[in-house]
Design a protein around this ligand. Structure first.
Ligand code: AP5
Ligand code: MG
Length: 220
């Protein structure tokens, strides 16, 4: 059998806010030696840097809206060009225009998307998942905490934990609206591509991971 580290894949990982894209990307990155590109993380890093661009986009993101397609596409192209590894696209494409631009860019770079994996999560679970999420400032680990007895330090590295500014119940509602209006049409874009697969998101993280690994193995 092929060693898992030999798989050359470029995966689009889709799913609503809180579906588990970041959680699964971290596992897939280690398992298959992939480059994880989370456009949300890229934008948050830009804001944290205090740059002019960061100042311009912070309000957009905190309110749960999308940054303009042209800006997102040009930021992404530079990152894709900087790696020869297989890629996990987490949170991109989020509009049909971004999906078209991604296909065109990959073609230009002599690469292609090999799998589109949708983590399907019932909306009733989204708010509780997201409002219980904390992320580590140091190692980036995503944690699920008990809001009654919240953790303050990352159990893995001791780093400081933070709550994302867009993780309030009110902002999650807006993010779900945007997901329905702008991002769900991307599913139709990929539906007949022969690359689109759905995985049940309301299972343990380990079982979701197992299902995704099986999709990747089957496709090769
Ligand atoms: P982004 O950072 O991509 O946020 P999102 O899509 O809303 O998704 P999340 O990161 O909230 O959830 P996730 O699916 O990664 O779940 P996670 O693994 O953390 O984007 C943020 C913003 O940036 C956007 O709103 C937009 O403004 C902007 N943006 C980003 N990309 C853009 C683009 N392409 N174009 C324009 N604008 C863009 O898990 C969530 C929680 O659930 C955690 O606590 C986790 O521990 C827990 N959990 C995970 N899996 C399980 C499981 N199986 N069972 C139980 N709990 C689980
Ligand atoms: Mg995420």
């Amino acid at each position: 059998m092929k060693d898992r580290k030999d798989f050359n894949v470029n995966i689009v990982l889709m799913g609503c806010p809180g579906a588990g894209k970041g959680t699964q990307s971290a596992k897939l990155q280690d398992e298959f030696q992939l480059k994880h590109i989370s456009t949300g993380d890229v934008l948050r890093a830009e804001i944290a840097s205090g740059s002019e661009l960061g100042k311009k986009i912070s309000g957009i993101i905190e309110n749960g809206n999308l940054v303009p397609d042209e800006l997102m596409i040009s930021m992404l192209e530079n990152i894709v060009k900087s790696t020869d590894k297989g890629i996990i696209f987490d949170g991109f494409p989020r509009t049909v225009a971004q999906a078209e631009a991604l296909d065109a860019m990959m073609k230009r770079l002599g690469r292609e998307i090999t799998e589109v994996i949708m983590i399907d999560l019932p909306e009733s679970e989204v708010v509780s998942r997201i409002t219980s999420r904390r992320q580590c400032k140091k190692c980036g680990a995503i944690l699920h905490v008990n809001p009654e007895a919240p953790l303050t330090k990352c159990p893995a590295c001791g780093g400081e934990l933070y709550t994302r500014a867009d993780d309030t119940a009110e902002h999650v509602k807006r993010r779900l609206e945007v997901y329905h209006n702008d991002t769900l049409p991307v599913k139709n874009y990929y539906l007949n591509s022969g690359k689109y697969v759905e995985i049940k998101g309301n299972q343990t993280p380990e079982k979701v991971f197992e299902d995704i690994v099986n999709v990747i193995k089957k496709a090769k």
